[in-house]
Design a binder for this molecule. Sequence first.
Ligand SMILES: [Zn+2]
Length: 232
Amino acid sequence: MFERMLKKVLDANKLLWKYGLVTYTWGNVSEIDRLTDYIAIKPSGVQYDHLSWDDIVVVDMDGNLISGKLGPSIDIQAHVEIYKAFPEVGGVVHTHSPWATAWAQAGRPIPCYGTTQADCFFGEIPCTRKMREDELGADYEKNIGKIIAETFKDKDPMAMPSVLVNGHGTFSWGVNAKDAVHNAIVLETSAALALRTEMVNHGVMPLDDIMQTKCYYRKHRKHGHDEQVMSE
Ligand SMILES: [Zn+2]
C-alpha cells in the first residue's frame, strides 16, 4: 500500500550513508504525505547497509504505528513537530554530521562566509537555545521539535532549511525527503568551509548582505523558485 513512499524514504536514508553524514545509525530521514498526514521514517536501530524498503515504518501525526514490523526512529516526535510547525515541509532529516555538529556543540550559528552557503541558505544558519531541565523528560524529542519551531518564529523555514540543535546535531528539511537530504549535504559542506575559513582568517567577516541576497535569489528566482529543489 505504501510501497512507493517507503522506497523513496529508503533511497533518501541511503543517501545519508553515501554522503558520509551518518555514523552507525545516528541519523534518519522521513517524508510526509500531506493528504493523509502519514509519515514514513527509518526504523530505530537498523544499520543503513541492512535497510530495505519494507523496514521503513509509517506512523500518523500522533506517532501511532500505521504500517511496519519495526519501531520508528526514536526521533519521530521531533519530525512530527517540524511537520506541524512548517506546513510547506514534505521531508525532514536528522544527523550528527561531524562538521555541522561541531558548530552545534559550540552553540554557534554558522555565519555565511561564501556563496556555497548563500546559494542554499538565506543568512546565517541558526542554532537553537539550550534545553531547560524540565524539557529533558519523556517529551525530550518532542521538545527538540518545539524548540526548533520557536527558533523559526521570525524566519521562513523554506529560505533557511536547516538548523543546529544546541549541543546535539542537525535537522534539515525540504519539499520531500530527497530535497531535505540535499539541504543536509549542503549544510555539512557549508559547516566545514566556515570552520576552515575561520582557521585561515580569524577576523573574517560574513559575505556582504548584497552578495548573499544576490546568490540566494539567483538560485531561487531566476528560473522559478524550484530550481534548487531536488525532484523525486
Ligand atoms: Zn540526534
